[in-house]
Write a protein that binds this ligand. Sequence first.
Ligand code: LMR
Length: 397
Amino acid sequence: MFSHLQAAPTDPILGLMAAYSQDSRPFKIDLGVGVYKDEDGHTPILASVKEAEARRSRNETTKTYIGMAGDPGFNAQMDRLSLGDARALTDSRVATAHTPGGTGALRIAADLIKRCRPDATVWMSDPTWGNHPAVFKAAGLTVRDYPYYDAATQSLRADAMFDALSKVPAGDVVLLHACCHNPSGVDLAPEHWQRLATMAQTQGFVPLVDMAYQGFSTDLDSDAYGVRLLANALPELIYTTSCSKNFGLYRERIGAVSVVAANAEQTVIAKSHLLSTIRNNYSMPPAHGALIVAEILGDAELKAQWLSELAAMRDRINTYRHLMVSRLREAGVERDFSFIDRQRGMFSFLGIAPEQIQRLREEFGIYMVGSSRANIAGLNQRNLAHFVDAMATVLKP
Ligand code: LMR
């Protein structure tokens, strides 16, 4: 069975996480894996989560199976968080299931697409999250890309993107990032979402929106603009969500997959396939993390506390976007990094060369993905000067 195998390649993001943790240099900086870090370089458990967990452990009365869709209370809360008061919800056109993380949600979406439309191609932005193509290919689907990020202008290649998407046929799937595009930090504006909605309607392709960072760009509602617009405008949509980042619940693996169908009757049928896809995969999701999220969202006080903790995480990242740009300028770095301050979410491409990325790691203990994707949340008052000095050194002509 195994004797003929060569070792599988190391995951470029998770491999970096392991390499960083083995580095014993005290001045090292982790700008790699997409986890939030506070001023102490720590990924904290939110106070709202701690309190919800305490309440759960006091009040929980059973650990019996939870069912294929997970906790109905969690799913209903997630529907409201993602879609607000979108008509699709009141029209009973949405079916949601809790999944093990956002990646689990994507894999269920992929298997469901394979079941419904085995020949569908899934179109992804160039670039996209490194694991996106792998998840969809593992489900047996064909993956292709559409232009998205222009490295020369550090912005959206809108014309090229719409040109490529105008050729996507009916029945194919177009994967979109709701906000905080991973890896570029460049997001679609409302007018881009509106144009996409019209194209999907006219051409008959189905958007799949990955919303892994709701609340990390502007606020919960603005960050969900695209998914809400598409849910109301289109007969069919798939979207996935994650509670890893906005609730800081990474290792609890909490996400959800939602399908929006043309009417209530078709939604019931689509849901039956969603659930049977889940049953074939892992039978049912773990409950603990989802029940924490449901507890927070169902309690006005805890929800308010969570919202302010979420705002603090978002503000800290945006502050460091700003500080990074101004400190590099003050250090005499000639290259213009002002785009970092215009982008949103955890990531931006620094746009530096592979040799410079390697020098940052080897000489200065600064870790980032080989594409130059940097997690801005890894910066803090204690390491910013080291980062700026290192950048100024490797960028010296
Ligand atoms: C990232 O992009 O770094 C995160 O989403 C973590 C992961 O699983 O890759």
